[in-house]
Design a protein around this ligand. Sequence first.
Ligand SMILES: [Zn+2]
Length: 674
Amino acid sequence: MPFPLRASLCLCLGVASLALVASEKPGVDPVNIDASVKPCEDFYAYANGGWLKGHTLPADKARYGAFEEVSERNRAILKQILEETSAKTTWAKGSVQQKVGDFYAAGMDEAAIDKRGLAPLQPLFAAIDGLNDTKQLPALLARLHTQGLPGGFGFYVGQDAKESTRYMGNLMQGGTGLPDRDYYLKDDARSRDIRAKYESHVARMLQLAGDSPALAAVRAKVILELETRMAAAQWTRVELRNPMKRYNKRTLDQVAAEAPGFDWKGYFQARGVEVKDLNLSQPSYFQAFGKLATETPATQWRTYLRWHALNSSANLLPKSFGEESFAFQGKVLNGTPEREPRAKRIEALTDAILGEALGQLYVKAAFPPESKKRVLDMVENLRVALRERITNLDWMGVATKQQAITKLNAFGVKIGYPDKWKTYAFDVKRDDAFGNVRRASAFRVQENLAKLGKAIDRSEWGMTPPTVNAYYSASMNEIVFPAGILQPPFFDPKADEAVNYGSLGFVIGHEMTHGFDDSGSQFDAQGNLKNWWTEADKQAYESRTDLVVKQYDAYEPIKGEHVNGRLTLGENIADIGGLKIAFSAYRNSLKGKPEPAAIDGFTGPQRFFLGAATVWRNHIREAALSLRLKTDPHSPGRERVNGPLSNLPEFYEAFGCADGQPMKRDAKVRPAIW
Ligand SMILES: [Zn+2]
């Protein structure tokens, strides 16, 4: 989709969904521990070494860990739902079951998709080929964007960051096919290699679509050159993390004056949107884009736009297109040797397109209502713990503390699934996989644009119910936990409190802390981008977050490739804070009584930290890790365990870590924030 999920700071990039049985022993299973490693040397390896040895990375995965384990269980449930639903053709037209069942059946009908060949794309190609003059570019981009297709930039409607009770349009940079601008601009061996392979991949796709090898090679070069110019104008991911810098409210006249060369009024007219004001998220990008729009000949725009129409439809076209797409996206970028079976790909697509329709069937099958109550209790206990911690902070003044507590008290909480399900007002046909996705994309765009001028919908969710993830939204000031993550090893009704506070408590604390990370802390209790800090407290905060940047910048998961401390700062603050809050909440849960007896030789605090480490255990391919170091605002699994724990006195105490050991960082460089 051209527009991102509503601004959200999520826990991890796991994609998936819920089942209720874990094969392991509830809580901490000693089998997963590697006793040959000392906990104060490398806690990640100690806590997870047994699990890592006992599990291999499946051939069709780039990463396999706790998120994927849970996701695979959820996906088995979805598979059953989809097979049962799609087997029946007598569902009432327009019902949830008809849409979900027919969408899946159409996607699974590979023979029909192969038979239609490129025919479904022809109307789009014809529209693109009609571009004879760059003056027609605004109307053409408007047409493509209206259908949910990419090109040049994106426009979507979201909450006005400084006035969270209203919606506003946002123009966002975009236009490139590689996952980060660095791949176009950097000269290291890996970037050069990926760039060359991308160019060959583009050429092969164009050949599959009918170009001669020579023409395809020329066109691939044109595409790479145009995308490189866009990449050069794009902001870095670190710059994009700054909400104040991203906020540039303009009238349409101002945009026209500031980014000449592209007819912005014509573009919005063609989209049928009346725009009074909008946020020009990256002004310098749009200035460069205006230049590109006039300087690039129409023939090059046609080549570029044909490529993106083709690329974004690859998985709905005959087999050879999907396979070529995987050869680059899966193998080159992520190092994954094999493609997932078709059933899994179509199941994931159904979740992406009809998530709250499929989610209704999933929740009925798999989400026990009593889990909701227990999780809600835990959230409230974490809220109490964070309130106490804020009250006792030694570096923050009373005025800022009051504001922070007001914000914390105002946090909204969503657990499991939406109170109000989204409706999908478009036709789903059993014999038209391509059309189903195109209609869905156009509907999603229309639904988004229709928000302009309306009251904020607070019932919306940014993730589907089977998703193994969670998020904090700064504009909504709410934390959200889909049903998909509320199961072992994140939450186990059969496990002891220590372990559940260490795992799900950590997750909850992480999302809460996002409200107070370097970005979230710039939003107030009403979700407005507005300073509520005294100058002195802001400075004290920043000197602490600088320590976090330094700590994570030093990690080098691949030789020569470091964690980017600025890119991952918000997530690292959330990990460090989340763990502290969860530990305080665990202590509170004892209500002054002594620790319960050790289980398998582990005390409560030890089990808390073992539970926390479990969350981030994973195997990952080196290519995927390298890709994430460039693009993912989260640190890798090992650093998400060892980073926060090595800052925490409660951890040293639990495992008897001494000065000088790697898991006990020196007090002078230790960031203590929340
Ligand atoms: Zn997060």
